[in-house]
Design a protein around this ligand. Structure first.
Ligand SMILES: Nc1ncnc2c1ncn2[C@@H]1O[C@H](COP(=O)(O)OP(=O)(O)OP(=O)(O)O)[C@@H](O)[C@H]1O
Ligand code: NI
Length: 305
C-alpha cells in the first residue's frame, strides 16, 4: 500500500555566524506497509517521525527539501495526488490537537470526514466507544480536555474509511482504557484491509498491536523487525540501538543507554549510532552503513548477522 524509498528531507538554515547551512533531518529512509498491516515507527524525540508523516501527507513546511520517492498503491505520490488523497484515502491523526478546526463543533468535524456510510451514525458509534456523550459532539474544540480532543482526532481519522492511516503519537493524554480502545480500533481497521502506520515513542504500546517495528534514530531507519523478534534479552534484534531500547524497558532489565541522539546539524560522518555504540569500529566511524536484509528484517549495521 505504501512504499517509501531513499527519502531524505533537509532544511536550509543559518549557522551561529548566520552563514547558510543545510541540515538533513531524514536520511535515505525506506519502509513499506502492506494492506492489513500495522507498522510501528518508534524513535525518540527529534528522530524525524513527524517529518516522515508530513512527507507522506504532503504537508511539509515550504523550506523543506525532499528527495526520494513515496508510492501509494504502486503509484508515485506527487504533490497534486497527495492533495487529492489527503483526508480521503490517506488519513492523518496529527500529533497536536491544534489541528482541530476551532470554529466547528467537534461532532460536525467527525461527521464531515465520513465518505462511506451514515455520518451521524458513525460519529455516534466512534464517540460511544470512547464513552463520550452526545453532548460532547456539540462542543467546540476549546471546550474539550486534552484527552477528549485526542479522542475526537482519532475518531475523525478512523471514520474516514481511509486505506492508509498515519497515526502520529495518537495516545498521549489518554487513560489506559481509552488507549487500549484506540489500539484495538487500529487492529480492527487493519483487519478490514487498512494499512496503519503507528508513530510512537512507546515501544511497549507498539508491540501490543504492530506486525513490524521500524526504529528511527537521528533521521535514519536503523532497523525494521517483526514484532516476534522482540523477545528474551533481544538477541534476535539486528541493531545495537534496538537492543538497547528493548533492554531499557522496565521488564527487561531497565538498563539505560548513556549519551544522547545527535542533532540533525551535527550528525557524525559514519554510522549515526557509532558514538554511543559498544561495537563501533573505525569502519563504522568512517562510513554510514547501507540498509540490508538480515533474517526477514532490515538493518543498517555492518556487525549484524
Ligand atoms: N520546519 C523545520 N525547520 C527546521 N528543522 C525542522 C523543522 N521541522 C522539524 N525540524 C527538525 O527535524 C528533526 C525531526 O523533527 P520531528 O518533528 O520529525 O521529530 P519527531 O521524531 O516527530 O519528535 P517528537 O517525538 O518530539 O514528536 C528535529 O531535529 C527538528 O528540529
Ligand atoms: Ni513528532
Amino acid at each position: 500500500m505504501l512504499e517509501v524509498s531513499e527519502l531524505s528531507i533537509s532544511f536550509n538554515t543559518l549557522d551561529r555566524h548566520l552563514r547558510p547551512k543545510k541540515m538533513e533531518a531524514i536520511h535515505k529512509l525506506e519502509l513499506s506497509i502492506d494492506a492489513g498491516e500495522i507498522l510501528a515507527v518508534v524513535g525518540s524525540s527529534g528522530s524525524g517521525k513527524s517529518l516522515l508523516a508530513h512527507a507522506i501527507l504532503g504537508i511539509l513546511p515550504g523550506n523543506a527539501q525532499v528527495t526520494g520517492t513515496i508510492r501509494f498503491k504502486g503509484e508515485k505520490l506527487t504533490a497534486e495526488r497527495q492533495e487529492g488523497l489527503r483526508g480521503k484515502e490517506i488519513a492523518l491523526i496529527p500529533q497536536s490537537v491544534q489541528y482541530l478546526d476551532p470554529l466547528m463543533r467537534v461532532g460536525d468535524q467527525v461527521r464531515q470526514a465520513v465518505r462511506r456510510g451514515n455520518p451521524a451514525e458513525l460519529q455516534r458509534k466512534a464517540f460511544s466507544k470512547y464513552k463520550l456523550s452526545d453532548f460532547v459532539a456539540k462542543l467546540f474544540p476549546f471546550q474539550l480536555s486534552g484527552g477528549m480532543a485526542r479522542k475526537v482526532l482519532v475518531s475523525t481519522a478512523t471514520v474516514s474509511g481511509a486505506q492508509l492511516l498515519i497515526a502520529d503519537e495518537p495516545t498521549p493524554g489518554l487513560d489506559a482504557p481509552s488507549m487500549s480502545e484506540t489500539l484495538s480500533r487500529f487492529k480492527q481497521l487493519a483487519q478490514e484491509g487498512c494499512a496503519v502506520m503507528l508513530i510512537t515513542h512507546d515501544i511497549e504500546a507498539a508491540l501490543t498491536v504492530a506486525d513490524r517495528i521500524a526504529v528511527l534514530y537521528a533521521g535514519t531507519v536503523v532497523e525494521i523487525a517483526p514484532r516476534t523478534d522482540f523477545t528474551g534479552d533481544g538477541q534476535r534484534l539486528r541493531h545495537p540501538y534496538t537492543q538497547a531500547l528493548w533492554r531499557a524497558l522496565p521488564g527487561n532489565g531497565f538498563i539505560p543507554l548513556p549519551g544522547a541522539q545527535p542533532l540533525p546539524d551535527a550528525l557524525p560522518a559514519g554510522c549515526v549510532f557509532a558514538p554511543r555504540c559498544s561495537m563501533a569500529t573505525s569502519e563504522c566511524e568512517r562510513q554510514a552503513p547501507e540498509s540490508r536484509m538480515v533474517r526477514s528484517g532490515r538493518v543498517r549495521c555492518i556487525h549484524s548477522d
